[in-house]
Design a binder for this molecule. Structure first.
Ligand SMILES: [Zn+2]
Length: 327
């Protein structure tokens, strides 16, 4: 039986079910396996959405969607029938979960700052739409001056470099959280990792190799990364998982990356642990704390795995929160 008490040592060094489960975070093989018998998810047709924030503009850029069968381990600490009941109550399918991928572009004066990158051409047939959506929104790859990474899971970093090995945003500086970088770039940790987890370490190296030091810049979570944009430590999903608060003229937008997976399950039930959270208890604590802050400060919120347009507001509902997408 899956246990909800996850030992930190198991996660970071040894084996254990948690590590193996976490590896599903790379998504790619799972998409291929699961879509065969579950049908293909539909990709949004107009995959960009612009939203004003004071003097800035935030643009949601959808990269596509992945479908996976709903297995008992998807939510580690809730019985499958409860998870299915939660989905049914919201008129969602109960045999599978569609997980969208949406990055965010901040347009601020002359700056074009992209948060997370999608898959580029490294994913499955229903991924890799970010560039088309960026173009449709009126921007080219060369216009992006900065790419900011929340954490090193493949669905967030693969779009930095295409399959042919080229950098997708040739003029962009790439900003990464120090703690996240130190964890994944530790060769000893990679060598000690269970076989199933080595692929994630190797993928980080594929994406980041040979990027010159003046183009790959590390930031300390908690520090400002650009005028009006502050990073925040939100460790738990991964060791250095970070989120970002953008502020202009008193209006605030929080890009919360993978603080929660699909909100229908994990905003409604913030104590539920998605199988990809590497330190589920830390992830839960920071999720609750951050949701409270977002509601108290009346921030607009955007999440990488939120249903498109992936922008909206959080409202309290029962013991959790309801995500209300913008109209
Ligand atoms: Zn993710």
């Amino acid at each position: 039986m899956e246990t909800s008490i996850i030992n930190r040592r198991d996660l970071f060094i040894g084996g254990g079910a948690a590590t193996v489960a976490y590896m599903a975070g790379s998504f790619m093989p799972l998409i291929a396996q699961n879509t065969a018998n579950l049908g293909a998810p539909s990709v949004v047709q107009v995959g960009f959405r612009k939203q004003k924030l004071g003097d800035m503009e935030i643009i949601a850029l959808n990269d596509g969607v992945g479908r996976r069968s709903l297995a008992a381990e998807f939510v580690r600490n809730a019985p499958l029938d409860q998870v299915q009941a939660a989905l049914r109550e919201q008129n969602l399918p109960t045999e599978y979960i569609d997980i969208p991928f949406t990055a965010f572009l901040v347009v601020s004066g002359s700056r074009r700052i992209l948060f997370d990158t999608g898959f580029a051409d490294n994913g499955g047939p229903t991924n890799g739409r970010l560039m088309a959506n960026l173009n449709a929104a009126g921007y080219k790859a060369e216009d992006i001056d900065t790419v900011v990474i929340s954490h090193y899971h493949g669905d967030h970093i693969n779009g930095i470099r295409n399959k042919a090995g080229q950098l997708v945003f040739p003029k962009a500086k790439i900003m990464v959280p120090t703690v996240e970088h130190a964890f994944w770039m530790d060769d000893a940790r990679m060598a000690a990792a269970p076989e199933a987890m080595k692929g994630a370490f190797a993928n980080v190296r594929r994406v980041l190799k040979d990027i010159p030091a003046d183009q790959l810049m590390q930031f300390e979570p908690g520090k400002d990364i650009a005028p009006g944009i502050k990073s925040m430590a939100a460790f738990g999903h991964t060791p250095g998982h970070s989120l970002f608060v953008v502020e202009s003229k008193g209006e605030k937008f929080a890009y919360i990356a993978d603080l929660t997976n699909i909100p229908a399950l994990f905003a409604r039930n913030p104590d539920w642990q998605v199988q990809f959270d590497m330190d589920p208890n830390a992830a839960r604590d920071v999720r609750r704390k951050t949701f409270d802050m977002i509601v108290a400060d009346k921030m607009m919120v955007g999440g990488y795995h939120f249903p498109f347009p992936a922008f909206g507001r959080l409202e309290r509902l029962g013991n959790g929160f309801d995500f209300k997408p913008v109209a």
